[in-house]
Write a protein that binds this ligand. Structure first.
Ligand code: KIV
Length: 293
C-alpha cells in the first residue's frame, strides 16, 4: 500500500542553492585585540565594554558592534544549558561552545572560562587551559586569587594569557549558600586587595570584579596597572561585563539588580512565534491532503 501526501500548502521561500555557511562569512577586518590592547585602553582612560557569547552568531554580532572582549563564560550553564548554577558545566561543554564562538574569527579577544574543578591542580589547570586554547580561546579565566596562584602561574608560564575573577565567585555558590556581595567587611576588603595584588604580580592581563562593593572596586581599580572589568561592582571599574542574554532580556524568569535589560527579546520572540504559528494554522490548503491506495 502506497500513501501519497499532498503538499499543496508548502511553498519554498528561499533559493534552492544552499544558504552561505558560517565558514563562508568573511572574517572581521581591523586590528586584532590582544591583552596589550586592553592594558593600553586602561592607560588611555578608555572604558572596556565586554559581553559574553556562546555561539557563532552572537560572537559575530558582538564583534561587529565593536566589543573588544568576548567571554565564553561558564554562565553558559545557566543561560543556555538550563543548569541551576555553573558548577555543572563540563570541559566538553565549554570546548563545544568555544569552538562555535571561535568560528566567528572575532577581532575581539576571545576568552574562555575554565569550568568548575577544571583547575583543581596545577596539572589540570595547564591541560585544560590548553584544551580551551586548542578549541579557539585566546585567553582563559578562572575564579580566585591567592588560593589558585600556583595554577595561574602555571597557565601563564605555558604561554596562555590569564584573566582573573575576584569578588563573588559563582563556582563557590554551593559552599557559600548563595551569591553574596563582597567588600562590605574590612576582612573582605583586605582579602580582595591581597588577591588582586597576587594576580597582578603573577601577570594577569585584567581582573573581573563581580558583586564587589563600588567603593572597594573603585579602590582596586585606582591601585592596579591592569584593567578591572566590573559586573555589579559599580561604575568606577575600567570596564563592564554583562551576560548577554541578561542584557537582551532573553531570560524573563528572573531579574537581577545589576542589569536592566535593553531589549525585551523574550517577549518579542514569543509574539513573533505566535503570530507565525497563527498564520500557519489559519492558512487553508487549496486541496485537502489525501492518501491513495
Ligand atoms: O560566566 C560568566 O559569564 C562570567 C561573567 C559573569 C563575568 O564569569
Amino acid at each position: 500500500m502506497l500513501s501519497i501526501l499532498s503538499i499543496n500548502c508548502l511553498s519554498l521561500n528561499f533559493p534552492l542553492s544552499s544558504p552561505p555557511s558560517p565558514a563562508m562569512v568573511k572574517p572581521m577586518t581591523g586590528t586584532k585585540v590582544t591583552p596589550d590592547t586592553l592594558r593600553a585602553m586602561k592607560a588611555r582612560g578608555e572604558r572596556i565594554a565586554s559581553l559574553t557569547a556562546y555561539d557563532f552568531p552572537m560572537t559575530r554580532l558582538l564583534d561587529e558592534a565593536g566589543v573588544p572582549l568576548i567571554l565564553v563564560g561558564d554562565s553558559l550553564g545557566m543561560v543556555v544549558l538550563g543548569y541551576p548554577d555553573t558548577t555543572h558545566v563540563t570541559m566538553d561543554e565549554m570546548e563545544h561552545h568555544v569552538r562555535a564562538a571561535a568560528r566567528a574569527k572575532p577581532r575581539a579577544l576571545l576568552v574562555a572560562d575554565m569550568p568548575f574543578r577544571s583547575y583543581a591542580t596545577v596539572e589540570d589547570a595547564v591541560r585544560n587551559s590548553q584544551r580551551l586554547v586548542a578549541a579557539g580561546a585566546e585567553a582563559v579565566k578562572a575564579e580566585g586569587g591567592r588560593g589558585i596562584l600556583p595554577q595561574v602561574k602555571a597557565i601563564l608560564s605555558s604561554g596562555i594569557p590569564f584573566l582573573g575573577h575576584l569578588g563573588m565567585l559563582p563556582q563557590h555558590v554551593l559552599e557559600e549558600g548563595g551569591y553574596h556581595v563582597k567588600g562590605k567587611k574590612e576582612a573582605e576588603r583586605h582579602a580582595l586587595l591581597a588577591d588582586t595584588d597576587a594576580l597582578v604580580n603573577a601577570g594577569a592581563f585584567a581582573i573581573v570584579l563581580e558583586l564587589v562593593t563600588p567603593p572597594v572596586a573603585a579602590e582596586l581599580t585606582r591601585t592596579i596597572p591592569i584593567p578591572t572589568i566590573g559586573i555589579g561592582a559599580g561604575p568606577d571599574c575600567d570596564g563592564q561585563i554583562l551576560v548577554t542574554p541578561d542584557l537582551l532580556g532573553m531570560l524573563p524568569w528572573y531579574s537581577l539588580k545589576h542589569v536592566k535589560p535593553r531589549l525585551n527579546a523574550a517577549e518579542q520572540i514569543r509574539a513573533v512565534v505566535k503570530e507565525w504559528k497563527d498564520s500557519v494554522t489559519a492558512a487553508k490548503c487549496s486541496e485537502p491532503a489525501h492518501a491513495t491506495k
